[in-house]
Design a binder for this molecule. Structure first.
Ligand SMILES: [Zn+2]
Length: 317
């Protein structure tokens, strides 16, 4: 392939843009990141995001690049999406969906209330999707919600963005010739997390209870905790086989051994941080001790670095 200075520059620009999207704010200088909420950064980055489509098994695919990972089930009952992405990427999501099938989007499931999984709700509802979620997702979207660790206050979502099929217990849905099992997690990443299992194809979308290869965000402002995250990770590991395709909230398509590695990382860092806190150390002293140092190269490459993850763990031990 021939290159010239112009295309090299535009390719570099493209790579830089897509890396910012992929890596969230990690390329931003820390001082800037502190000034701008990650919510704003991620929403803006979505405008430049590339959408990657991965066909998984049967009629299930995954779209990566606009907020949390989106699962898509195609079929004559209409497409079902698990999570809604960010509307700034709407044109490219629309193209990706059209590339999978001609079925209109009729169903949307939110795995939890966070903006990078629900910002697209209003748009998808406007083109015909009925929205299913846990009652706590509707609760948090319905009113002003502050997330302290994002330094961001979300106004109530527009009425078209609110889920109308509300889960309070686990549910089974039959659609497009297959069965979906929706299961609520006791509070973990938030108090609104659900998993979606495509039972016939052995695919499990575990949403933000699993960040494949990255430290997770934990939302203490709406019921999340490190111990809840560990319980959810244990439940996920116990539930899948070596053949199960695991869709994480963020990061590439995963499997059981990656789920187990994530669980082990959570447990180890929790123990380290708890031991330092028990010595009477303040949060800042524990962060300065760098308890995640051995893990940062593997897990710290996305929006949550070792210091922020230490802070999130410290709050819960
Ligand atoms: Zn989340």
């Amino acid at each position: 392939m021939k290159t010239n200075p112009t295309s090299a520059i535009s390719r570099r620009h493209f790579l830089a843009s897509s890396m910012i999207v992929t890596a969230g704010v990690c390329l931003m200088p820390r001082r800037l990141a502190a000034a701008e909420s990650q919510v704003v950064t991620i929403r803006n980055a979505a405008a430049r995001a590339k959408i990657t489509v991965t066909k998984l098994r049967g009629n299930v695919s995954m779209l990566e690049g606009s907020g949390g990972n989106i699962a898509v089930l195609t079929g004559t009952d209409g497409k079902l999406l698990v999570d809604a992405g960010i509307p700034a990427t709407r044109v490219r999501i629309t193209e990706a969906l059209a590339g999978l099938s001609n079925d209109p989007v009729k169903h949307l499931i939110n795995t939890h209330w966070h903006f990078d999984h629900t910002d697209g709700n209003e748009w998808l509802h406007s083109i015909g999707a009925e929205i299913t979620a846990h009652e706590n997702t509707r609760k948090h979207l319905s009113k002003t919600t502050r997330v302290e660790d994002w330094n961001f206050t979300f106004p109530p979502a527009p009425s078209g963005a609110l889920p109308t099929k509300i889960m309070t217990n686990d549910e089974t849905v039959h659609l497009n010739g297959t069965t979906l099992a929706l299961k609520y997690y006791p509070p973990a990443h938030t108090d609104s997390d659900i998993s979606v299992e495509f039972t016939d194809t052995d695919i499990l979308h575990v949403a933000d209870t699993f960040w494949n290869g990255y430290y997770p965000f934990i939302d203490y402002s709406t019921g999340g905790s490190i111990d809840g995250m560990i319980r959810a990770a244990e439940a996920n590991v116990a539930r899948v086989s070596d053949k199960t395709i695991v869709i994480p909230g963020h990061g590439p398509v995963g499997n059981k051994s990656q789920l187990a590695g994530f669980r082990d990382m959570l447990v180890t860092i929790r123990e380290k941080v708890a031991a330092l806190k028990q010595q009477g150390k303040s949060r800042d002293e524990v962060i300065a001790d760098k308890p995640t140092a051995d893990y940062d190269a593997k897990w710290g490459g996305f929006v949550i670095d070792g210091d922020l993850f230490t802070k999130l763990v410290y709050a819960g031990v």
